[in-house]
Write a protein that binds this ligand. Structure first.
Ligand SMILES: [Zn+2]
Length: 179
């Protein structure tokens, strides 16, 4: 298999900095003095995978139970292409399953917002949805972020994680040149 076409610039500090409050992992496993059974907060959870499938947020809430407090929530901004000429009838579900390319899938932000808005306010308070569905090397990325914030006011609390295609890195090294 050829060198992978994706370079994940995972988990930039901006994610942690943008999250509203209270996402520091807690060291204790015992109930706290205020009676909380929360043992950790998760600063990195993808609700969707590389083919934009995943569990519904209510199901994830059940998994969190009362031991996971808050979660930074985002989709995967890349969609794995299923090319018949590369994979035949075998549908790839992960970017290591095929040599076919990926593409930026901005709708993942709408999926996250819709899932979040489907929850009652009490459950929404446990999530910090993040905007991920853009190419960070694209000068128009700010337009996408602005559009998402205007379309889903009050939903997103930050940006990230970022994902970079290797091809985007090449373009940045050679401005103006296209393969
Ligand atoms: Zn990640």
């Amino acid at each position: 298999m050829r060198e992978r076409s994706v370079l994940l610039a995972c988990w930039l500090s901006i994610v942690a900095n943008c999250i509203a409050t209270g996402l520091d992992a807690q060291a204790t496993t015992a109930p706290s003095s205020n009676g909380s059974r929360v043992v950790l907060n998760d600063a990195h959870f993808h609700l969707t995978n590389y083919v934009q499938r995943g569990i519904a947020l209510p199901e994830f809430l059940r998994m969190m139970g009362d031991s996971v407090g808050r979660v930074a929530l985002f989709g995967i901004p890349l969609q794995q292409e299923w090319l018949y000429s590369v994979s035949g009838a075998r549908a790839p579900t992960y970017y290591l399953n095929t040599d076919a390319p990926l593409y930026y899938y901005s709708f993942t932000d709408a999926v996250i917002a819709t899932e979040y808005l489907s929850l009652p306010p009490r459950d929404r308070a446990r999530f910090d949805p993040m905007i991920t569905g853009f190419n960070p090397a694209d000068m128009y990325a700010a337009d996408h972020i602005r559009r998402v914030l205007e379309t889903f006011p009050g939903v997103f609390t930050g940006i990230g994680e970022f994902s970079l295609h290797r091809s985007s890195c090449r373009r940045r090294r050679s401005p103006g040149r296209r393969a």
